[in-house]
Unconditional design. Sequence first.
Length: 688
Amino acid sequence: MADWADDGNIDDYEPDNNPGEITVSIPTAFQDRSTAILDPDRNVYTVSMSLDTGSSFDMTVGSSSPGIKIVYAGGPSAQKNNWLVCEPKTTTRISSGSDYTFSIKEDYTGLFPRATVRVYDVLSGMENILYVDAVAVPQPLTTTQPEKAPNGTSDNPNSFDVTTATATLYRITNSQAQVSFLCPDNMEVVGKPGWIDVSDVVKNGTKNTYTLTLNDRDVVLPSTTSNTRTVETTDNAVIFANSKNKEKLRIPIAIVLKDAPMTPLFTALGGSNNSYAGPTESNLGKITMSVASGNTCTVPVTSMDGVTVEFDFGSNPEWLTSEVKTTGTSAGSNQQSVIFKLVNANLPNAKDVTVTLKNKIGGADRKFVISPNVGNYSLTKVDSSSPAADQLSGTDITLYKLGGSKDSYIKLNATYWGGSTLTSSNTSALKVETVSSSGNDITYKLTALAVNDNVKLTLASRVDPGKTQEYSVVIKEFAAPTLNQTSATINTVKNNGGSTTVKVTALDGYGYKVKTAPSSYYVSYTISGNDYTLTSVRPGSTKIVFCNKMDETKTADFSVTINTSVLYEGKAVWYYNGYYIAPEDASSSTSWNSSLTSTYCSNKSGASWRVPSSSDACTIYNVALGSSATADNTAVNFLKNIFTGSEYWTTTGSDGGSGPAYIIHTSNGKIYNSDSNIYKLRIRCVTR
């Protein structure tokens, strides 16, 4: 008993007596996992005992009453690790020896220090030694996985199935799973695929924990390898081994890779005029997105833990932004809508942008392109300074420049998704300015500054300036009407050159009008079609001004002068049969007397006016004196328009001047005396 210490280390022990020969045998089922080796020089067995379920070995002692004591290496504190059980073996044979079976303590989870079995004969005091080392295929243990995925925020979806010895890793960047083993000895990794990294072991007693890390998220796996304890291939498995027997004491951990999918749906993009073309071998998928004001584009996405959005605009304007909205969640699934919105201020020169939907949990991302779509343009006339003349026809624009300081313009409404620009090739002739802007519609005002027949107008997309449409602009002036004469002279005798007619012609088809009428003090005028007849009223000068209906500055003047040879109170007179006849009555109701001329006519201006005598009246009417005379119907008919009353006094009395005065009877053109001078008749002045 005093030959070794209680720490179980008896390598230097040399027994000086013999309690009986020891024989160790391994059951057939474990002969490939457990061994018993005899040191012949020392006559000491060392058993390397498998820890697999059911493992045991038998010992036969050549003594009928041996004592057995098991001591564990590590000193007094290690004796609690009593993992080895020794039980007598029932036998029917007659023998002076004893049989025992050694097995592993049921449900033992502690350490497995070396066990020293001391066998001694209680009668003779002789003793022998047996060493037992626990060795085994590492046994997988239920392993708690890291709480979070490598991104630090998502729940870790990976798992380790101890029953099937299978680690399931999702295809996420640096995806990790932990696997733990029960092994009393040191362990080694003896095989693994290149796309898996295995950490250094973390030991806690007999518990060995490794971290498996997927170093190639997108690896293409070879054929699937089934998981058996004897698997040799490392295509899809990590092989762990007990260091004591790396060739036999192995366990493969099968690696199953699962996708961490992120699935965008491009069939329901929402918004307006958005479309999608799938990817090809050389091109990413492409969303063509309308840049119409306020348009959006929505891509529904399903993933394990959501997505974020990254844009690659290069050096181009950042014309797009995004908003991610969660629409639903379920176990291992997150439904979201990625809403793309226009940044209106940045739309000019917008180009294709590469969009990356980043798989939050670390799975494969999805890239595609969003291309701005400016649509088709339209340009329409909305207003102008000369609505009937200013025209937009196809790509031809006609604009009339008005005279004077009047604003000469045409307003055009341009529609382009994302807006437009409009530029003039000659700003000295045509000025372009923006009047209003609303969404995709911009109203431009084109102002004519100078007549020009070769101005180019370019309408361009604000988003894609290379997309243009050119218009030809002709700036014209309206033409003044033409006259068949520009001036005329009218005599004061109303029925002999007392009127004149001017014919007006419009040149450009837009008509004319009277801008300034002649003074009614001097002439009156009548209109018949394009003929304007001016009739003298009194001597003097006046004019009638005609202008283009569209532009009052384009004028034509007709001047008229009324002669001043014979006038009646400044008014034009009639002339017939050698007499000038006043254009109006001097009195409409008066009795006859010998002073009619001095009273009514000699005081009238313009000539020596008098009341006609009976001789004057007969000459004017071309008729003989007396009621029986034959009338001149031509004179009667003409003079009816001058002598508007029915009877007029003459200055001549009948019967040598003592009888009633002669009267002009305008209805029949006869001159004969009345029966009384007291009648109230009219007075008309004449002169020669």
